[in-house]
Design a binder for this molecule. Sequence first.
Ligand SMILES: C[S@@+](CC[C@H](N)C(=O)[O-])C[C@H]1O[C@@H](n2cnc3c(N)ncnc32)[C@H](O)[C@@H]1O
Length: 312
Amino acid sequence: MDFTLVGDDDSEYFRNLHGRILNTLNTNYLIPVDDDQVKATQQRSELHHRLLQFVFGGRNYVGPVKEVLQFGQQRKILDLGTGGGFWPIDMADEFPRAEVIGVDLAPIQPRTVPPNCTFELCDLDQWHIPYPDNHFDFIHARSIHIGIRNYPRFLHEIARLLRPGGLVLLIEPDLNPVPERTSSDREPVSMHGWSTLWETYRTCLRRQGVDITVPQRLSDLLAATGAYENIVVRDGNIPVGFWPQDPHLLTVGQLQWMDYELFLPALSPLFLSNNLPIPTVDRIIKEAQQDLYFPSDSLSTHLHIVYASKCF
Ligand SMILES: C[S@@+](CC[C@H](N)C(=O)[O-])C[C@H]1O[C@@H](n2cnc3c(N)ncnc32)[C@H](O)[C@@H]1O
């Protein structure tokens, strides 16, 4: 399969499932792209992007990105699972002499973009992602693993696409956000609605053939390909909600809270497609929302962040 350029009529790339709008290129990926005609995915994507920018001190990346992009002819950057396209647009602005490409299953990116930024459509869960060998200097893949059933193959493909010495940056949020252990003498309070939703989510993903252990194994999976060196882990905890005292962490917590608020109802097509009855799905989402709105403890989640260079 090749990638696709989208014209004015993009309706063939969307389908309706359980009253929600989903992509057509990969029927296994069941997170909707549209919520009641409000572009909730774009909103979520932007929140996610701003949150990570904030966590990275205003930057769009960690690792030796500037070094990798600084010399030579026109540099090439690829963003896999680009969502609303905020990351490639910011990267195109920051590196005006680089060519930046964002790829996704659905054409939900803006049509007016910097001249050095383009968007393309492709299911990335396949052998031969349609770009040449040794073509890119920097590849970024963030929060995409639930749409990639064969993640080791995906990492091999990234290695094929990178030039020797090129950099990959992988970022995946944990699939088990939990109450924070705030003091050593107190057990975290269990939040039943919240943990049931995440357990249901993990079960459904497993049934869809997704390896839910990928986020915590990113560095091992990179090493297992034998194609990468200088593998660096930069994991971090992210607060959820309004509990942090520190103003920087408070902003992060607020952004992550808003991200989850949009995310919880987006899980219904996945749950319904796994044969859960509508009332059960409604209850699971509602009880998780209750815990998010009125938490009995301080929630936090974990971001798995790894970068590595392709071996020479
Ligand atoms: C949670 S969003 C993250 C968007 C963006 N990377 C970010 O961090 O803001 C995941 C994106 O990956 C895309 N995606 C998931 N599986 C994919 C696949 N197999 N091929 C291409 N894109 C995929 C989805 O369509 C969605 O836009």
